[in-house]
Design a protein around this ligand. Structure first.
Ligand code: FES
Ligand SMILES: [Fe+2]
Length: 432
């Protein structure tokens, strides 16, 4: 549980709040490249960290992300005309370039230099791995972007998509690092006892050992969250999720990098839209080969494993239709009766309310990762409020890691047994 005060500190993301300031020190995933596909394409509105924004790609292909409201009389620039290297407000024609400078003011006489005094807030952008990131922090502290593997792999070896989630970002992260819920929420084998006979070792181990032992290692970029389950006699199955500040996770692959070459892995970012809404980003990376078309549709398509979603990336199964829960399926086949892992996650997380009241929780040993996550984020936010900058924000190379699943002999610590799979800051050589 958390005090009301710490719960506020963890969850509030607006400008000037301790967590809001911390989150602004990191590059923030803002758009998929497909949302701004070509020069002079339609502008797109966006809300991030409680700020209303508009994004556009100008005639030269440069991306602008500006505060959404025209400096003149505050019309939303989503309705603007994207033309001749600028976004023009449709009310009186004021026009802005990608840096927010007002470059034309046709409603004022030619001889005034009023337009030179008008500027909108604009945020620096970087486009990597099919994602447009923005930096919303102090200009003089702008860091290198994070070297996540799915950012720099060739296009054929990566995927990215996103979907709306209607609850606070921290609640969503807590679902992402909660390895114990997999044996329950995502179980699809009701009526077959537990899935301990599954031919897929992961499912078998999840089925036969439903209370994993957690070991958490705090590292510069975040947390290594190891969940240990009993496997064959004399063996432990380790599932090591990476949590990377401030909201990324890397999900362990289904197999084992050593034994199942060609195995992709997935990751998420839970990016706050505001205090009560979140973009759930999903990434995929296959370090060893290109995705097939089928795999790509499954991992990144609107009807794939993170869907189905509409053209605005809103899930079709949502709170308004109870996620299409099927009680008969729930009785006979799956734990939830809800189809699709992300819908199952959204159902439970949104059901807590937009910001869960953490003062009323009863946490157990399986919640260790969640407790450490909260402590780390609150510590970083308090440190920053006292002038101590977060190390991870300024060192993009720290993000060059992977998640791991591995079978180890009993008695071998994961930090030793899986050490060669955490090549300490440079996995590019390991991928070759
Ligand atoms: S409100 Fe935008 S030009 Fe007047
Ligand atoms: Fe889940």
């Amino acid at each position: 549980m958390l005090s009301q005060e710490d719960n506020e500190l963890l969850t509030k993301v607006g400008s000037g709040t301790p967590m809001g300031e911390l989150l602004r020190r990191f590059w923030t995933p803002a758009f998929l490249s497909e949302e701004l596909p070509t020069p002079d394409c339609d502008p797109v509105s966006l809300r991030l960290l409680g700020e209303d924004l508009v994004g556009f790609r100008d005639s030269d292909g440069n991306i602008g992300v500006l505060e959404a409201y025209c400096a003149h009389r505050r019309v939303h620039l989503y309705y603007g005309r994207n033309e001749e290297c600028g976004l023009r407000c449709v009310y009186h024609g004021w026009k802005y370039d990608v840096n927010g400078n007002c470059v034309d003011m046709p409603s004022e006489p030619d001889q005034t230099n009023f337009k030179n005094k008008v500027k909108l807030t604009s945020y620096p952008t970087v486009e990597r791995g099919g994602v447009i990131y923005i930096y919303m922090g102090p200009a003089e502290l702008k860091p290198e972007p994070p070297e996540l593997e799915w950012s720099y792999l060739p296009e054929v070896q990566r995927t990215a998509t996103k979907r709306l989630q209607q609850n606070n970002w921290a609640q969503a992260v807590e679902g992402g690092i909660d390895s114990s819920h997999i044996s329950f929420l995502h179980n699809r084998t009701i009526g077959q006892s537990v899935n301990k006979d599954s031919p897929i070792p992961r499912n078998k181990y999840h089925g036969q050992d439903r209370h994993p032992v957690f070991e958490i290692e705090e590292v510069d970029y975040g947390l290594r969250i190891a969940a240990r389950r009993n496997a064959e006699p004399g063996k432990h199955y380790w599932r090591i999720t990476q949590f990377l500040f401030p909201y990324y996770t890397m999900i362990p692959p289904v197999g084992n990098f050593e034994t199942s070459k060609g195995q992709p892995y997935a990751g998420h970012a839970w990016v706050p839209i505001d205090d009560e809404n979140t973009w759930t980003w999903s990434f995929g990376a296959n370090p060893t080969r290109a995705y097939t078309e089928e795999e790509r549709e499954f991992a990144g398509g609107k009807n794939g494993m993170w869907g189905p979603i509409d053209e605005k990336y809103h899930p079709l199964q949502n709170r308004s239709n109870n996620y299409l829960i099927d009680r008969e399926v729930q009785r006979t086949q799956s734990f939830t009766g809800i189809n699709g892992i992300p819908n199952q996650d959204a159902a439970v997380q949104e059901s807590m309310g937009p910001i869960v009241d953490r003062s009323k929780e009863r946490l157990g040993t399986s919640d260790t990762a969640i407790i450490v996550f909260r402590k780390s984020m609150i510590r970083l936010a308090k440190d920053l409020a006292e002038g101590k900058e977060p190390i991870a924000a300024s060192d993009g190379d720290l993000y060059n890691v992977r998640s791991v699943s591995i079978l180890l002999d009993e008695g071998v610590a994961f930090a030793d047994g899986a050490e060669h799979l955490f090549p300490g800051g440079d996995i590019r050589s390991a991928a070759e």
